[in-house]
Design a binder for this molecule. Structure first.
Ligand code: GLA
Length: 482
């Protein structure tokens, strides 16, 4: 805020509900931490400081292994779980280069749509008559890790749990609690409710070889109350406690904070989880701006980025596999689809982008990220440069018809000024198509035709000439020090 005398001030606080906190004399109240960063080098400088801090102090990957490429079943099969079919999906996933296979919502008792069963964390024996173990073994035999979806903090009115314990709902007396996605929140401050969840999650993780948990939270806390008092903070602390105990009991298990995508993305939860699902909107065009926004605060290795269907389920917009693949490249990559239900050309695309991601994963997940300002508002450019400045990867995404008839050069920040770099066009959407069938005439810059070596100083200050790109396409450029 600006004060009347021109000085700026900033105010930050924990947002407690009325009556939620009362501190006695001499008592200490621990509010959430405030993380702040200042940089004289713009938003890139600020964002890089946040990334560095997170990598050094917040994010802890068990065994520090590379981030495995996912296949998540949600948009592929939704609630239709047939173990035989799921195992065939796993076969196909493994052949595409997937390294972790995750069964999403729909595996537990009575969960055939989103109206019922949250809270009943028992296997649906109608869908899985032989248990989960054959599926898990199958996935493991294929060399992949196994993951599973849960949403422990929630309870559907239509569930055995709610029928047995209607008083376990997080609510205030006298206020008719509204449902969100047909569900209420479970009051984790009730010890029996907490212990029930701990027991059920320990059953799931202890009696099955689970490597990864996609932990969802698909509605807000509305008038959350415990013992007649506001209890949002208390609920959150219990959620942390639950995750902390599970983390101690199952130290090899990784957790994703999903929350409908984006509902719970912060530095405190990131001390306990390993990945976020950025949004349920998996339209590659939308994802470009969603991911860019997220990238200011979070590095690519914790940002779930999945290749979705040719026709996006959220918007029905259609994108080429190249645009979807490149859009998912700069995150923790995965597939969000049924690989059996597509043609070989699509599958070839998944294989290609999974391989490309693995090839550059070390740089993407450990390098320094740069957002590059482009004069054309319809162009989004960003890059990642390895810490030793030997390798860099830049992506230019054309979001819409360009404002201008010519592309401005792409400046590539973060390189070593006195070094020379070989420039390679790593991936492109039919960029060589020029003037055909009324298509916009296009002259390709020389470096795209014949490989070039350019100084870091030139690339950073003058930049690389770019071709005109079609709307909703992207190109990927690699630089390697020679
Ligand atoms: C949320 C998640 C999705 C999926 C569904 C399952 O919407 O964001 O990815 O897991 O829940 O119900």
């Amino acid at each position: 805020e600006a004060k009347t005398d021109g000085r700026r001030y900033l105010q930050a606080e924990a947002l407690y509900l009325p009556g939620e906190m009362a501190v006695e004399e001499g008592e200490t109240l621990w509010t959430p931490r405030l993380y702040a960063s200042y940089s004289a080098h713009g938003l890139n400088g600020m964002s890089q400081q946040f990334h560095r801090y997170l990598r050094a102090n917040i994010i802890r990957f068990p065994e520090n292994k590379p981030r495995p490429v996912h296949l998540n079943t949600w948009e592929g099969i939704y609630f239709n779980h047939d173990p035989e079919y799921i195992m065939r999906m796993a076969d196909e996933a493994a052949s595409l280069g997937v390294e972790r296979f995750i069964i999403d919502d729909g595996w537990f008792k009575g969960r055939n749509d989103d109206h019922a069963a949250l809270g009943d964390w028992y296997l649906d024996e109608q869908k899985y008559p032989n248990g989960l173990t054959p599926v898990i073994n199958h996935v493991k035999d294929l060399g992949m890790e196994f993951g599973i979806w849960v949403e422990p903090e929630m309870i559907n009115p239509n569930s055995d749990l709610c029928r047995a314990h209607p008083d376990w709902v997080l609510a205030l007396p006298g206020y008719e609690q509204a449902t969100g996605r047909h569900q209420w929140v479970l009051n984790l401050n009730i010890p029996a409710a907490f212990d029930y969840l701990l027991e059920r999650m320990s059953w799931l993780l202890g009696e099955h070889q689970v490597d990864y948990v996609k932990w969802d939270m698909n509605r807000e806390l509305v008038q959350p109350g415990h013992n007649g008092k506001a209890a949002a903070d208390a609920q959150t602390r219990q959620f942390y406690r639950l995750l902390d105990i599970l983390g101690e009991r199952f130290p090899h298990v990784e957790f994703e904070s999903c929350s409908s995508g984006g509902g719970r993305i912060d530095y405190e939860v990131l001390t306990r989880c390993h990945r976020f699902w950025a949004s349920d909107n998996n339209d590659a065009l939308e994802r470009n701006t969603i991911q860019r926004g997220m990238s200011y605060f979070f590095p690519p290795e914790v940002m779930g980025a999945h290749i979705g269907h040719h026709k996006c389920h959220a918007t029905f917009r259609q994108h080429s596999i190249a645009f979807r693949g490149l859009t998912a490249l700069f995150g923790h990559m995965g597939l969000e689809l049924d690989p059996l239900a597509v043609d070989e050309q699509e599958r070839e695309g998944y294989r290609h982008y999974a391989a490309l991601h693995k090839q550059w994963r070390e740089v993407i997940h450990h390098g320094t990220q740069w957002r590059v300002d482009m004069p054309d508002s319809t162009t989004l450019a960003q890059g990642i440069v390895s810490a030793d400045q030997r390798q860099g990867l830049f992506i230019v995404s054309q979001m819409a018809m360009p404002d201008y008839t010519l592309m401005m050069p792409l400046r590539m920040p973060g390189l070593a000024a006195n070094a020379r770099y070989r420039i390679t066009l790593l991936d492109h959407p039919n960029i060589r198509l020029t003037g055909e069938g009324g298509h916009t005439m296009r002259k390709l810059p020389a470096w795209m035709e014949t490989p070039q070596t350019v100084s870091g100083e030139w690339l950073m200050q003058a930049g690389l000439a770019l071709p005109v790109l079609d709307p909703e396409t992207a190109i990927l450029i690699g630089v390697e020090r020679v």
